[in-house]
Structure formats: structure tokens, C-alpha cells
Unconditional design. Structure first.
Length: 125
């Protein structure tokens, strides 16, 4: 099983909505040694996010269903668009369009489009 560390640099608008996200992934082959390195760098473990995901596509959109332990089922819309240079309003409208596409499949979702798994787990514990 490939293990990785992901760094996410998220940018938010004034309402706390994610308007962009850059990800850096690094494969690791020894999680325990990686934890030792992080500890020596004074980086504390806040929460372990455990989830199982299944990815589905209908040829038009791709959805990642994530069953997150102690949180529930989340859906991530795999959007390949680059939103660089887009306004917060344009990004919000795109998220509304994506939510409509999911709802049109008969999957009813909530209004919060920016669930942050680790944050939710931390505040719920």
C-alpha cells in the first residue's frame, strides 16, 4: 500500500469558502520513521483521518465517495479545472453547478461545499 503525506495550501474568501487549493504529495515508505521526523521538527499529530473511498464516473463527472470514520460519508467532486484568476463569485457559482450535477444524479447533498475532514474531526472530539 502506498502511503503519502499531502500538504494542502488552501486560500479562502472572506466568508471562509475555499477558493483555491494547491496540493503537494510525497510518497513515504515508512510511516513510523516519518512520524519521528515530524516529531523532531516539533510538528504535533492533531488527528488521524481514517477513511475508505470509492471513485465512480459516468463519463461526465467523477465522484469520490469517502466513508470517514467518526464523521460519515462525504463526496468529493473531482474537478480538473484550474480556477486560477477566477473571482470568488465565479468559484462559488462553479461549486453550485457541481452540486446541481450531483443532485441531478439523485444524490442529495448539503449546502456546505468545503468540508475539511481533519478540522471536522478535531472540533467534534
Amino acid at each position: 500500500m502506498i502511503q503519502k503525506i499531502t500538504y494542502k495550501d488552501k486560500k479562502y474568501d472572506d466568508d471562509g469558502n475555499v477558493i483555491s487549493e494547491d496540493k503537494i504529495n510525497v510518497n513515504i515508505d515508512d510511516i513510523l520513521k516519518t512520524k519521528e521526523i515530524l516529531k523532531k521538527l516539533n510538528v504535533d499529530e492533531l488527528v488521524e483521518v481514517k477513511y475508505h473511498n470509492l471513485v465512480y464516473s459516468n463519463g461526465i463527472i467523477e465522484l469520490d465517495f469517502q466513508s470517514v470514520e467518526n464523521l460519515g460519508i462525504l463526496i468529493e467532486y473531482e474537478n480538473e479545472n484550474n480556477f486560477e484568476g477566477k473571482t470568488s463569485e465565479e468559484i462559488k457559482n462553479e461549486k453550485i453547478k457541481m452540486a446541481k450535477q450531483i443532485n441531478d444524479l439523485g444524490i442529495i447533498i448539503g449546502k456546505d461545499f468545503d468540508i475539511k475532514k481533519a478540522y471536522e474531526l478535531i472540533i467534534n472530539n
